[in-house]
Design a protein around this ligand. Structure first.
Ligand code: BGC
Length: 401
């Protein structure tokens, strides 16, 4: 798929992403809600009403479409669709099917995620991914939401960032800590969870393909864009294998690979090398590193081969919208260069459509659209208009700074 350096290929998707728990609000039946609200929770803030997108999803899509974007990635909340084991809510399935139909009416290509970090609390209480029937449960859930896919979805992501989900299990078990981006890197993934997620993906993806011929199925992997200093080669390769390549290898039979990247990790002979003290950082504490996404799609291609790639997340937590535009400019340029070099990238979905609940915190603002926490009023930022223009014209943005 060749492209001139200043234009994305015809049909290239430019849109934005959200996940259900982060925007819907009052996700009472989920394990995250339980974690946020339990006594002594390690999470500083709760999701509460979130962005109230459970009720305002039409407004969200109207805005994205009016800005010119042509794709919207959102997720189904398993806990709403299956509030008790084996008990499926026809009303909630219809809710998500209506979202798909509305997206299509508004000219937004729906990219559907089945699982984005949260589980029904009953699933987690029964042993989570280690329970003997976990795969059957996930497979039954994926079968139950067939009407949502049949409403017109062309791309399904089974599981969002299994590699981060497996690391979260390590953290939740008190067996490791998530570094704040100040250089500690990720703790090891919880192996049994990682194995179960890979098996769940492989099985469910095959079932989905059989049930919905023509629908592209894959999963989305988080990239740390691992780089090594002299002498750090082996450690870097091991870290990359543990946290990324192992998951990418499970994408090899897929129709599409979701790529998500925000920053990089540098590894020297003694381990992770934190960014220099003067390095620019985002609100997450992560190093400001716009070319991450281009490197991630190249890495994906190197591991999985020539399977179409969709950037399902990339963005920046910042209060300065100019910085979001500058970051995204660099990101899109790195992506365009990778496309020129032969990586088959089908689209770019910015994280995130809305300022939303960042897994325990409200202060990191990733959104193209600001949301008032009390009135839920949505206000597009200049970056939203800017990205909409890129979607309309297909033009790769020129350098900003
Ligand atoms: C996740 C999102 C999250 C974002 C920023 C990804 O890890 O899929 O849910 O909000 O990165 O941290």
């Amino acid at each position: 798929m060749a492209t001139s350096a200043d234009t994305f290929p015809a049909g290239f998707l430019v849109g934005a992403s959200t996940s259900a728990h982060q925007v819907e609000g009052n996700n009472l039946g989920s394990d995250w809600w339980a974690l946020e609200n339990r006594e002594g929770t390690p999470l500083p803030e709760r999701s509460g009403d979130a962005c109230d997108s459970l009720h305002r999803w039409r407004e969200d899509m109207d805005l994205l479409a009016s800005l010119g974007l042509n794709a919207y990635r959102f997720s189904i909340e398993w806990a709403r669709v299956e509030p008790a084991p084996g008990q499926f809510s026809a009303a909630m399935i219809e809710h998500y099917a209506a979202m798909v139909r509305y997206a299509l009416e508004r000219g937004l290509q729906p990219v559907l995620t089945l699982h984005h970090f949260t589980h029904p609390l009953w699933f987690t209480r029964a042993g989570g991914w280690e329970a003997p029937d976990a795969l059957d449960r996930f497979s039954a859930y994926a079968a139950a939401v067939a009407p949502v896919i049949d409403a017109g979805v062309r791309t399904v992501i089974t599981i969002n960032e299994p590699n981060i989900l497996a690391v979260m299990q390590t953290v939740l078990r008190g067996e490791g800590e998530l570094a704040t981006g100040l250089g500690g890197g990720l703790p090891d993934p919880h192996r049994p969870t990682a194995e179960a997620l890979a098996a769940a993906h492989t099985r469910t993806a095959a079932e989905l393909r059989q049930r919905h011929p023509g629908v592209a199925v894959g999963w989305s992997i988080a990239h740390q864009c691992v780089q090594h200093l002299p002498g750090g080669e082996q450690r870097a390769a091991a870290y990359r294998h543990r946290h990324e390549d192992w998951y990418l290898e499970h994408s090899r039979g897929d129709d599409v690979v979701g790529v998500q990247a925000y920053t990089r990790t540098v590894i020297g002979p003694d381990g992770i090398v934190p960014p220099a003290p003067q390095a620019e950082r985002t609100q997450m504490g992560w190093e400001y590193y716009p070319p991450a996404v281009g490197e991630a799609v190249r890495r994906t291609r190197a591991v999985v081969g020539d399977i179409p790639v969709l950037v399902t997340e990339n963005g920046i937590a910042t209060a300065e919208d100019d910085q979001r535009i500058a970051y995204t400019t660099g990101a899109l340029q790195s992506l365009a260069a990778a496309i020129t070099d032969g990586v088959d990238v089908r689209g770019y979905l910015h994280w995130s459509a809305l300022d939303n609940y960042e897994w325990g915190r409200w202060d990191p603002t990733f959104g193209l659209i600001a949301v008032d926490r009390h009135t839920f009023a949505r206000t597009p930022k200049p970056s939203a208009t800017w990205l909409g223009e890129i979607a309309r014209t297909g033009r790769v943005p020129a350098e900003q700074r």
